[in-house]
Design a protein around this ligand. Structure first.
Ligand code: CA
Length: 234
């Protein structure tokens, strides 16, 4: 970690002052150092001098197209990039995922979501310190990562190894939508990336085990036109 005082450094490229204020407070609470840039140009300048551990990139910047900023960030540093966008901005989110951002944070967000995203990308980043993540808990569904244990309403649910791997991956990346091909690649490995049907099959199986009404899922939801995500309630 390159952050001052041993804390990870987050570069926030965001022009909306409401989010700047929110992030300033929440990143401090979460134990992060932060630097802020209000334009793409300023962000590219900061990334060169600050060498952040992770970048939060707003997809709607006043001066430059965000995906151009993303491409140029990649030339300067290898910090993971989390795109931020309004929940309804499916096109922007899909475009950012296609461009290869590490994660995205739907706006508006809360402290839990912010910290979950940051931890997820920092774990995956090379050289990141790995700690046991806290269990995922949402509306009766609990995923205990370390013990590979899943409970629904307090009752243990038996999942196959692959089912658990997929659920664990989605729980670690809660509230983030994955295209079927991307989900398969992450869970089964790149050699399976073409077998997109695996995602559909396993999503159905896991739903039958964790959802009260598998046909109207509340946890493992489908985002039309994009893919699947595990929703965190409350
Ligand atoms: Ca904006």
């Amino acid at each position: 970690m390159t952050g001052r005082g041993g804390r990870p450094l987050v570069l926030v490229i965001e022009d909306d002052l409401r989010y700047v204020r929110q992030l300033r407070g929440e990143l401090a609470v979460g134990g992060f150092e932060a630097v802020f840039a209000g334009t793409g140009e300023q962000g590219l300048h900061e990334v060169a001098i600050e060498t952040p551990d992770v970048v939060l990139l707003d997809l709607g910047l006043p001066d430059m197209e965000a995906l151009r900023v993303f491409a140029q960030l990649g030339e300067t540093c290898d910090a993971p990039v989390i795109a931020m966008s309004a929940r309804e901005d499916d096109e922007g989110i899909a475009g950012a995922l296609d461009a290869g951002v590490d994660d995205y944070l739907p706006k508006p967000f809360d402290l839990d979501q912010l910290l979950a995203r940051l931890r997820a990308v920092l774990w995956r980043a090379p050289g990141a310190e790995v700690g046991a993540p806290p269990p995922f808990e949402s509306d009766g569904l609990t995923v205990v990562f370390a013990e590979a244990e899943v409970t629904v309403g307090g009752r243990p649910v038996a999942l196959s190894a692959a089912e658990f791997r997929m659920l664990r991956f989605l729980a670690r990346n809660r509230d983030r939508v994955f295209r079927p091909a991307q989900l398969v690649e992450e869970v089964w490995g790149p050699e399976y990336a073409g077998d997109r049907h695996l995602a559909r099959v396993y999503v159905r199986r896991v739903r039958e085990k964790i959802e009260r009404e598998p046909a109207a899922p509340r946890h493992l939801v489908t985002k039309a036109g994009i893919g699947y995500m595990l929703r965190k309630h409350g």
